[in-house]
Design a binder for this molecule. Structure first.
Ligand SMILES: Nc1ncnc2c1ncn2[C@@H]1O[C@H](COP(=O)(O)OP(=O)(O)OP(=O)(O)O)[C@@H](O)[C@H]1O
Ligand SMILES: [Mg+2]
Length: 498
């Protein structure tokens, strides 16, 4: 056994993040670590990677007990981790992030730096990642950061690699490359621990499974012996369906009309109408311009050409503030834009985009704020003690749910969701989709960008596909993944679709 964790415990103040964490991984296997948001997956892995110290329990490395106090100690015995939340140094380049120890602060010699850039370039090229060694990490999208984290972890020659949701921001081609990397590591007899909320990934990659619920290991076994529904019921402790369906209804008046929207080098002459009651899906590869389109509509980037109408009226959206005023909301995977204030309470985060909604005669009604927060916490199944807990203390998926709640509370007319379910567990995804349908029913128009085609096929009334900054086609909601891929990759010749 490469690594064995027995009865691991970890408390944060009053919260038991782990009560009885058990896990055993052999060399040469890909071990899936599954569980709902807040189940304790990242905490357990941070203990293995030396980022968090356990309160109790045993950790055996090749049969001998170890106590790791720092990431450097973990790296020394051969543990590397791809983190869920980027731990990269934003002001440094891709190459520097891949090859530098985080604690290294002295300036590097010129030769060493050049070697790092060359080695990084080779690594990037080898995996066909859409990155450049000399780019600054702060300029990268969440997907780009994920790829840098992956490069960083695999270049150390470790014997255990931990991937904490490595593909949550990635689309098809990049995800396939991550799978290839994982399979290569397995073939080299390394141990791999892989955390994901994308159920369709499980069979493509996993050998054995450990499932956590509320900080306890509730199931361990071979993946082949479990159905997906069994996995889900172990995870959530109740029956949940992983498929989702709704009946479409006739769309109403135009809510969002884009006419020739252009942002130089990013999106090219995009015209599009969203009607009240509609959920329109948007597919495409990384870099196809989907996020850029959302940013332009939301006033983050200024369009060079084109117009935006909301509910039939021409609007000038030159800032996110103006967008919110015009009735547009954006949920993104990039929390720098959606602005989660990590030190502030959950309730404040949920209501800060709509303070009027919790005010009476211009005065904040804190009781109402607490009620609103408590309601979203229940409905979105957010694992928190109360709305007064700082948002930064939540697990990754639960933070994303707070972002969603924040924008739901603005009650917009046009709702842009950019990868809204990133990192959200299967049980809560259904709740998010329910909210989307309620919004649509109440007359909002919804644009949902997702790299998970399965998700688009379940939720969208129609699907628009983007490629190289342009709309390359439109499909009915009941189309196939093949059709979407065809439009997404048409003529690009970069990927062969199998
Ligand atoms: N630094 C912290 N301070 C306080 N509580 C924390 C801290 N980190 C994690 N927790 C709590 O520990 C529990 C487990 O969190 P963890 O991040 O391990 O969940 P997870 O299984 O990785 O979830 P997700 O799928 O959302 O990433 C959660 O209830 C979380 O709120
Ligand atoms: Mg996590």
């Amino acid at each position: 056994m490469l690594i064995e964790l027995k009865n691991i415990q970890k408390r944060y103040g009053g919260v038991a993040a782990l009560r009885d964490g058990n896990l055993a991984v052999n060399a040469g296997e890909v071990h899936l670590l599954l569980g709902e948001n807040g189940a304790g997956k990242s905490t357990l892995m941070k203990i293995v990677a030396g980022l968090v110290e356990r309160d109790g329990g045993q950790m055996l490395w090749n049969g001998a007990e170890v106590h790791l106090k720092t990431p450097a100690e973990a790296a020394k015995i051969g543990v590397a981790m791809v983190h869920q939340e980027s731990l990269l140094a934003p002001q440094l380049t891709v190459a520097e992030n891949i090859f530098l120890g985080r604690e290294e602060s002295h300036p590097l010699g010129w030769v060493k730096r050049r070697r790092a850039v060359e080695a990084a370039a080779r690594l990037i090229e080898q995996h066909h990642f859409p990155l450049r060694a000399e780019w600054k990490v702060e300029k990268l999208s969440p997907a780009g950061k994920q790829l840098v984290e992956i490069c960083r972890a695999i270049q150390h020659g470790s014997s255990l690699l931990i991937f904490d949701e490595p593909t949550s921001s990635l689309s098809g081609a990049e995800t396939e490359e991550v799978f290839r990397i994982v399979r290569t590591l397995r073939a080299r007899r390394m141990g791999v621990i892989y955390i994901t909320h994308r159920l369709e990934e499980l069979r493509a990659i996993g050998d054995r499974v450990t499932i956590l619920r509320d900080g306890q290991t509730v199931h361990r076994g071979d993946l082949a012996e479990l159905t997906t529904n069994q996995i889900i019921s172990h995870m959530v402790g109740r029956q949940v369906s992983s498929t989702y369906h709704r009946d479409p209804f006739p769309p109403g008046e135009p809510m969002l009309e884009l006419e020739g929207l252009t942002v130089k080098g990013k999106i090219d002459n995009v015209s599009l109408t969203l009607r009240a009651g509609e959920i329109v899906g948007m597919a495409g590869l990384i870099g196809a311009g989907r996020t850029e389109l959302c940013r332009a509509i939301f006033g983050v980037d200024r369009p060079d050409k084109g117009s935006i109408k909301v509910a039939g009226k021409l609007v000038r959206v030159d800032s996110p503030r103006a967008a919110v005023k015009a009735g547009i909301a954006l949920v993104t995977e990039d929390r720098q834009i959606t602005g989660l204030a990590l030190p502030l309470p959950i309730a404040v985060n949920m209501t800060m985009a709509n303070t009027e909604g919790i005010s009476r005669f211009g005065i904040l009604d804190l009781k109402k704020q607490a009620t609103v927060a408590a309601d979203y916490i229940t409905r979105l199944r957010i694992k928190a003690q109360s709305g007064s807990q700082p948002a930064g203390r939540l697990s990754g998926g639960n933070q994303q749910k707070v972002v969603i709640a924040k924008w739901l509370f603005t009650q917009p007319r046009v709702f842009l969701f950019d990868e809204p379910t990133r990192g959200i567990d299967v049980g809560a995804k259904a709740e998010v989709f329910d909210f989307m349908h309620e919004l649509a029913k109440s007359g909002a128009a919804i644009l949902m960008v997702s790299s998970e085609m399965q998700e688009l096929l379940q939720v969208a009334d129609r699907i628009i596909v983007m490629r190289q900054g342009k709309i390359s086609g439109e499909l009915p909601g009941r189309t196939t993944q093949q059709e979407i891929m065809r439009l997404a990759t048409l003529e690009s010749g970069l990927e062969s679709i199998s």
